[in-house]
Write a protein of this length. Structure first.
Length: 531
């Protein structure tokens, strides 16, 4: 006899005597079998994590059929695990391998579990869990919408049997039977009826009303009808209910047939068409004129009133008196290479005015590009006035209150110096002044660079952090006061040449000093009467 707990040694034969060592062997085997039966153990773990040690039970590795019995030290609150005799942590599930619900294990209760290799877990086989749900019945509306595909829930809460579900409005169903719409139906997107559509309207009301929400002109259509595959098919047909009279029909070729009205009040009215045919005959209301068009092409379209037509190969003349506003790029390519475009301006009038758009950044009002070779190319030639006092070129602001740059007829150049460092281009230098302008001030500013400062009191040079003076800035300072004046550089360094000392300098009455910016934060100063 052999089983997982005991294997018979065959040492005992009925009717015979057994030797002492044989008895000992059999005793050991029986003792080992009983030891394995000690599957009960104590739980030393915590909620959801159970740790059991037995005097027998499984050892080495878990195998199908291993049994363990334990008294739970704590109730579980959800999915749980178990570790028996330190072999390893595995799942602790119900008998069909599902994770335990909260409350399936109660503290102080004995449980029997059987190892199942299919689930790689110990499954509780006794006692049967009394837990069906861990929550009470919810009074909230169901959270899932009814759709085309069923969905299994994962919540542990229950819904009352009389709850009302909502239909998912985003589903895309395929209608397979007859459907009746008892009230207004709104289709907010494209709807395809593969088997056709029949609409029966109520008495004295519209059968169907098509309203498009596209407000863009030229992109809105109320109804599109495409029927048939050849010219003999009817793309559109309007008949009476007896289907015996066709009121209006459009064939696959695009030809339209209109029924014959039977009363004066049912007349056809006016049809505006090109190539109009009635009963197969072409209709032309007037004759064609072979005369030249009498009107010219202008900037504004004018509806004609003549009852004659132009021939297809005629062309009107372009009006030469139009005053166009060019809205796109234009290229002028004259036939003569001598004069490209000539503007004959009236006396005391502007020859050409270029007005740029607002808020244009890095956009030029005018771009001049020459294609001539080296030595034959000039970007711009300006010749104005007849005397040396005339301005050949004038650049000023839009308010015409400040002149930035002016070139006179004799070649003399005037310019307005920049007023801040932000107006001074990097690695470019301002055109030098022909004289040393005189400025009476005790607090020189950016535009005093290169000037003769007539100081009537102590002079203060602003720090580089306040006024970003360019390196190389030079000013002459004359003490035009009743007593000596001081010269100070705020924060930055003022170095006296040639002594090499730094700090505030004193300039005697009627004395002159030169100050020069040597680096970003250092100025040099020298002169007569300077101490």
């Amino acid at each position: 006899m052999a089983n997982p707990f005991y294997t018979y040694s065959g040492a005992f034969i009925p009717g015979t005597l057994a030797r002492a060592e044989q008895v000992g062997t059999e005793y050991t085997s029986v003792q080992a079998g009983f030891a394995i039966l000690a599957i009960q153990g104590t739980d030393s773990g915590s909620a959801n994590t159970y740790v059991v040690a037995t005097n027998g039970g499984p050892s080495g590795a878990y195998a199908d059929g291993n049994i363990v019995e334990f008294k739970a030290a704590a109730a579980n609150t959800g999915a749980s695990t178990i570790n028996v005799n330190g072999i390893g942590v595995v799942g602790l599930t119900n008998s069909i391998g599902q994770s335990l619900a909260g409350g399936a294990i109660s503290a102080g209760t004995w449980y029997r579990a059987l190892y199942n290799s299919t689930y790689s877990a110990f499954t509780i086989i006794a006692p049967t869990s009394l837990v069906t749900t861990s929550n009470t019945i919810s009074t909230a509306p169901p959270t899932h919408l009814v759709g085309l595909t069923p969905a299994g829930g994962s919540s542990t809460a229950c819904a009352p049997i009389d709850v009302t579900f909502a239909i998912d409005q985003s589903i895309v169903p395929i209608w397979t039977g007859a459907h009746t719409f008892a009230s207004t139906v709104a289709f907010n997107s494209t709807v395809t009826f593969a088997g056709g559509l029949s609409v029966t309207g109520p008495t004295a009301n519209l059968f169907a009303m098509l309203v498009t929400a596209n407000a863009t002109s030229g992109q809105s259509y109320g109804l599109k009808v495409a029927g048939g595959t050849n010219a003999s098919d009817q793309a559109f047909s309007v008949t009476n209910q007896a289907a015996s009279v066709a009121f209006f029909k459009i064939d696959g070729t695009g030809g339209a047939t209109v029924g014959t009205p039977t009363g004066g009040s049912q007349g056809l009215g006016t049809i505006n068409a090109t190539g109009l045919f009635v009963n197969g005959a072409a209709v032309k209301t007037t004759s064609v004129s072979s005369a030249n068009p009498s009107a010219s092409v202008g900037l504004s379209a004018v509806n004609g009133t003549a009852v004659t037509f132009m021939t297809s190969d005629s062309a009107p003349a372009l009006s030469q008196s139009i005053t166009p506003t060019w809205t796109a790029a234009h290229t002028f390519t004259p036939s003569s290479a001598v004069t490209a475009v000539t503007i004959n301006a009236a006396v005391n009038a502007i020859g050409a005015a270029l007005v740029g758009g607002t808020n244009t950044v890095n956009t030029y009002l005018l771009t001049l590009a020459t294609g001539q070779g080296s030595g034959f190319s000039s970007g711009l030639a300006v010749s104005a006035g007849t005397t040396s006092g005339d301005s050949a070129l004038l650049v000023r602001n839009a308010a015409t209150s400040t002149i930035f740059f002016e070139v006179f007829g004799d070649g003399e150049i005037m310019f307005t110096p920049p007023t801040s460092a932000s107006q001074q281009a990097t690695n470019f230098y301002q055109v030098g002044m022909m004289d040393i302008p005189l400025h009476t001030t005790n607090t020189p500013v950016f535009q005093d660079r290169g000037k003769f400062i007539n100081a009537t009191n102590n002079v203060t040079i602003a720090a580089n952090s306040s006024v970003a003076w360019p390196i190389g800035t030079t000013m002459l300072i004359f003490a035009d006061a009743g007593s000596p004046i001081t010269i100070t550089v705020t924060t930055d360094t003022l170095l006296w040449i040639p002594s090499g000392t730094t700090g505030v300098r004193t300039l005697a009455i009627n004395s002159l000093a030169t100050i020069y910016k040597f680096s970003a934060t250092e100025w040099l100063i020298w002169g007569f009467g300077l101490t």
